[in-house]
Design a protein around this ligand. Structure first.
Ligand SMILES: [Zn+2]
Length: 250
């Protein structure tokens, strides 16, 4: 279900069923001469399109204006759009706080950009992770006042924590590909891994005739990309998402 298309009674039903509410996070960034700047965003949204066929989920409108950085390429004539993490933080906190006010308690952000070292984090995901934490603290304090954690209603906090149902689990941010997947599927920037993913998920945004126009080291492996390899990666990602979201729902 697309959040923007839902009627209030459907939203209430999704809350009641504690359905996963998914926020696609991405950037607009130069991905070589052969691929569209929306690659990182499209990797998430197209995967969620497929996940929607198999699972009851709510998909929020995407947030595409992440901190792309100009590390790969200058923006002039190349297309990278960078919004600093400090600016994203306040917007992200408002989005999450609002979603908690609506009643959702099973919110997941998914991001593909710069996630090769997700535990340490990179600006866009760190901004959303911090925003989620701040939104939860603010929400609980608004609902129950200061001292909410020390009050008797939180007596079983550590049991909840062990079971993964504590309030800090209401909002989670995940990489599209976790470490287990990147051991089986190439993680790169606009190389064989990403180009193959797009050939599988959004073939209209890859132009093989442009491979020769690339000059960056990171695009050298793109010529070895294939839709078959991409489908393999998509399968790994979908399996993990199903496991993650279904486990979460139980
Ligand atoms: Zn990318």
């Amino acid at each position: 279900m697309r959040f923007e298309l839902m009627l209030p009674h459907q939203i209430r039903d999704a809350i009641e069923r504690n359905l996963p509410v998914l926020l696609p996070l991405g950037v607009l960034e130069y991905h070589g001469e052969h691929m569209a700047v929306g690659m990182d965003m499209l990797a998430v949204t197209r995967i969620l399109d497929r996940l929607e066929q198999e699972l009851d989920i709510v998909i929020l409108p995407q947030f595409a204006y992440g901190a792309a950085s100009y590390a790969v390429e200058r923006p002039e004539g190349a297309g990278s759009v960078h919004v600093g993490a400090d600016k994203i933080l306040s917007i992200a906190e408002e989005i999450f706080f609002s979603l908690l006010r609506v009643g959702f308690r099973n919110i997941h952000g998914f991001i593909h950009h710069q996630t090769e070292n997700f535990t340490a984090g990179m600006p866009t995901d760190l901004a959303f992770k911090l925003a989620g934490r701040q939104a939860i603290f603010r929400f609980l304090e608004t609902q129950y006042g200061e001292g909410w954690w020390g009050s008797d209603r939180m007596r079983d906090y550590y049991t909840q924590h062990d079971e993964g149902i504590d309030p800090f689990n209401w909002i989670c941010v995940h990489p599209l590909m976790d470490e287990e997947i990147t051991q089986k599927y190439p993680f790169d920037h606009a190389g064989m891994g990403e180009t193959s993913l797009m050939m599988a998920l959004a073939p209209e945004v890859v132009d093989r005739d442009r491979f020769g126009d690339n000059s960056g080291w990171y695009t050298e492996s793109a010529k070895d990309a294939s839709a078959e390899l991409g489908e393999m990666g998509v399968g790994l990602i979908l399996d993990r998402l199903k496991e993650l979201l279904v486990r979460d729902a139980t």
